[in-house]
Design a protein around this ligand. Structure first.
Ligand SMILES: Nc1ncnc2c1ncn2[C@@H]1O[C@H](COP(=O)(O)OP(=O)(O)OP(=O)(O)O)[C@@H](O)[C@H]1O
Ligand SMILES: [Mg+2]
Length: 327
């Protein structure tokens, strides 16, 4: 599929998105600085980058869930031919959970400890569908079973504390898929889990995508982890997309030096543990973005131009990268 065709057939298209914070002196500090990428129906896209690159703010802006002081300062988020940044709050509430669902990093804080798992799933179902209490419970049981919870019917009456961390994440995913959304946004859904459970959750998301045709946006620090289940990878750094393309291309021949280092950085879950190469230095601080390429202070291939001028995100076939001296 060509890049142009994919954009035309996009389910979600993020265009020039900007998110900023107002600082003490009334200025705006931008943390997301013109992000563009699209997700086609049924496609799985991974968004990777180190801490602070703007991944979560981008997703929260898409869902219109940014909390003060963060706010969207520019761009469009096209979904189903409408700009989500433009629709009224009632319409957005209807879209959230029904058309686009989100699973967060920490299952503990995303579940209400005072309500049963079943109640929390049925609440989502009944917020979006006119069904009886009995039918909502049936759908909730089916969703919980779908995510691999055994004896799901009985477990509906359990409270979150009676579930393990992995089970709680499954319950959240059950809640997210209960209304069969077209897009599931999973923001570091495995970070709080141990390695074995991480792998199970990744497999589960891949399976839901395959069986239910749900498009997935999977956010992670770990390129190797996302590469196992996505079609395409978007690499973010300093609030910008620095590279994206089909997963094989990104893995086999990264063009941006940052992607190259990310790739060497974290051992895979399945491959034998290789040397752990951390990227030297730290990501730029907010409000202290370099004038040129945000990665230039840490880049092994840096030349004078990189420090002065931000390279544009250029398209080459199926991929895009923003670098003056690509690999
Ligand atoms: N409420 C806030 N107030 C001030 N700064 C914030 C706030 N939320 C996020 N930021 C800053 O915005 C930048 C981008 O944050 P974001 O949460 O999107 O990063 P991320 O890529 O999701 O990182 P992580 O991998 O750690 O989750 C970071 O520098 C972060 O410190
Ligand atoms: Mg985050």
């Amino acid at each position: 599929m060509s890049a142009a065709r994919r954009m035309n057939g996009a389910l979600l298209s993020i265009e020039g998105l900007r998110v900023g914070f107002r600082n003490a002196s009334g200025g705006v500090i931008e943390a997301v600085r013109g992000v563009d990428f699209a997700v086609a129906a049924g496609e799985a896209v991974g968004v990777v980058g180190e801490s602070g690159s703007g991944k979560s703010l981008t997703m929260l802006a898409v869902m219109r869930l940014l909390g003060a002081p963060a706010r969207t300062t520019g761009g469009r988020v096209m979904f189903d031919g409408q700009d989500l940044l433009d629709v009224d709050e009632a319409r957005m509430r209807a879209i959230r959970g029904r058309d686009i669902a989100m699973v967060f990093q920490d299952p503990q804080s995303s579940l209400n400890p005072a309500l049963t798992i079943g109640r929390q799933i049925t609440d989502v179902v009944r917020a979006h569908r006119r069904v009886s209490a009995g039918e909502a419970r049936r759908i909730a049981g089916e969703s919980l079973e779908r995510v691999g919870v055994r004896e799901a019917g009985k477990r509906l009456d359990a409270y979150p504390h009676e579930f393990s961390g992995g089970m709680r994440q499954r319950a959240l995913i059950a809640m997210a898929i209960a209304c069969r959304p077209r897009l599931l946004i999973a923001d570091e859904p495995t970070t709080a889990l141990d390695v074995t459970v991480q792998a199970q959750i990744v497999d589960l998301i891949a399976e839901l995508r395959r069986d239910l045709g749900i498009a997935v946006l999977f956010i992670s620090h770990n390129l190797q982890l996302v590469a196992e289940i996505v079609d395409r990878v978007v690499v973010m750094y300093g609030g910008k997309v620095v590279e994206d393309g089909p997963v094989e291309a990104i893995e086999l021949s990264p063009r941006h030096p940052y992607t190259g280092l990310l790739q060497a950085c974290v051992p895979s879950l399945t491959a034998p543990v290789g040397p752990l190469v951390a990227i030297e230095g730290a990501p730029p601080r907010l409000g202290r973005m370099p004038q040129g390429c945000p990665f230039s202070p840490r880049c092994p291939r840096v030349v004078a131009r990189c420090e002065l001028e931000m390279p544009a995100l250029l398209t080459e076939g199926e991929r895009r990268f923003a670098c003056w001296r690509p690999l």
